[in-house]
Design a binder for this molecule. Sequence first.
Ligand code: IVH
Length: 695
Amino acid sequence: MGEATTDTSARSHPGKIEQTAESRAEELRAELRRHEYLYYVLDAPVISDAEYDALMNELKRIEAEHPELLTADSPTQRVGGKPAEGFRKVRHSRSMLSLDNAYSADELRDWDRRVRELAGRLPVEYTAELKLDGLSVALHYEAAENGGARLAAGITRGDGQIGEDVTSNIRTIRSVPLSISADRLKKAGVPQAFEVRGEVVMPAAAFLRLNEEREKQGLTLAVNPRNAAAGTLRTLEPSIVAQRRLDVYGYFLLIEGEYLAAGQGATLDALTALGFRVNPHRERVHSVEEMLKFIDAAEGKRATLGYEIDGVVLKVDSQATQQRLGYTGRAPRWAIAYKFTAKQAITQLRDILISVGRSGKLTPTAELTPVFVGGVTVSRATLHNADFIERMGLLIGDWVKVERGGDVIPKVAEIVEDAEHPRGTVHFTYPSSCPECGNKVVRVEGEADYRCVNADCPALLRETLLHFGHREVMNIEGLGEAVVGQLLENGLVHHVADLYSLTEEQLVGLERFAEKSARALLGEIERSKKAGLARVLMGLGIRFVGERTAQLLAEEFGTIDALMAASAEELERVEEVGPRISTAILEFFARPANRTLVQSLKDAGVDMTAEKKQRSTQLAGLTFVLTGTLPTLTRDEAKEKIEAAGGKTAGSVSKKTSYVVAGEEAGSKLDKARELKVPVIDEAGLLALLKGASS
Ligand code: IVH
């Protein structure tokens, strides 16, 4: 090391103290960052823990003696944050979507086929990655004075649109760089401000240690590493988070809210160059056969990775192709999660419990002797409906095979019968009356379920309230089972709209409600008024109207009044709405009680409007005929684009045809166009017309 850089020499030259302490601090920081990177990102330390601690202690001492030298991104500051009061909600730069799932080679083949169809002539190659079983986060970096970047915020996925600012907890995770040098940015070709998205996981060793600790303290054990990681990230005390040893693996890089143009493989390389931990098990694959090979290899490694994975993620590599494929409501069409097949275990059926859902549906649940399946302890499993129990011939006391598949909810797959596992003996009789209100239950001809049809059944209101407050619906945090139970028991709520007239005095009167929590709940309820028409529609609980349909209806009609006034025909003009859904909507709004509910929500100030999607009409009145193979668009895509802009397409050329769009190997239609003097354009010409149409 060069001249006068240690504390001792600094002390012997009093005139130089500030200067030397500053440069030594800088040097120590750089050194510590390098060792953090080697240790936590590359798993390849070059110094011992004791040596690392010595460097850290030296830096801490200098910073204590010269507080003015302390910087927020100093390695000593990972646990600098004070315990948080709660987490600020933050809107994501672009939605954090989820992934569609595939469970078999056939489903992968279907997906691959669809991708290739939609991609037209754009390149189709895939990047295969492990599907880490944790939770996703967005890490925001901003420009630092030294030309580098510094961590500005870490945000959980939340509902995909709005997450929670857990920055002080994220800072404690050693594989997340607090700062990135100008040099690294340059090497990676990344500007000073960017966003990394990735998965937070709790490594297996940390999970085991956590549960050992909890067991010693007589606390309930965490069920799996994912839950433990999620709970940890929402802990209000950063020093606890620091002890839990979470890890973050990056998989997306966004610059100004856009994915990297160079594609997914290049994204992972750029993240690596920036110093993020990127999962080393990744590969470029070109076919379903290669995907399956990667999946097989991943399953083989699964037990020895040291962290949980629940499948493999396949992403179309090219960003141009990704853009072409686009998104469905909640997931990109250009990626899919292949989930490992269900894990099974054998256990005994102790009893069958019946619960009543929002629509009055009776659902049977198996009560099981607790058993460990696929990483969690299972003591309940769904039995779907009465039909399922009858068909299976299930008896209480039976030994059953329990499966955890792609869903979190375990299933009873089959009855096991052998010398060790004799059949049960007790027949289960399905209740003829509702377990909640005692009214007679009915089974509609041809339906698998029994229903309680008592409109005043307390279970219906309870489930409706829970649904209304759900994160994906009106997103009222704090409106969980316990609170809803209390509201009902105390007669404070008789229908959903009553939520909006609750007062602080009413809540504070309830058990477990302090002034602060009462105010928080009322704040959440107030905030939900702005959730918008789509969420309100979901919240009303109209049969078959889920997230996507609600969204499309909201965009089409813009207000609840317009929707309520719509005819079946008008409703069915909405994409994905057929007679089944339109009937359900009409029936719902035909009921006076439901109309009253809508009115009360309106009176309470709940926003029931949405931005109407502007239909383009620029190509209105024009008819196009497509012929031959276009260079990038498939026939269906071209058709879709024309129709979206208000134009029509036809199969044959006539005098009424406005344009013929001709590609390679165009045949007789082209001749006909020339004969009738119909203008002929190519794909570029069509795209230019469309561009004009959308601007
Ligand atoms: S890509 C479009 N890549 O899986 C957003 N996700 O089931 C998809 N996950 O929410 C994210 N490993 O939390 C991606 N290599 C990986 C992943 C991964 C785990 C999680 C992620 C996502 C969930 C979707």
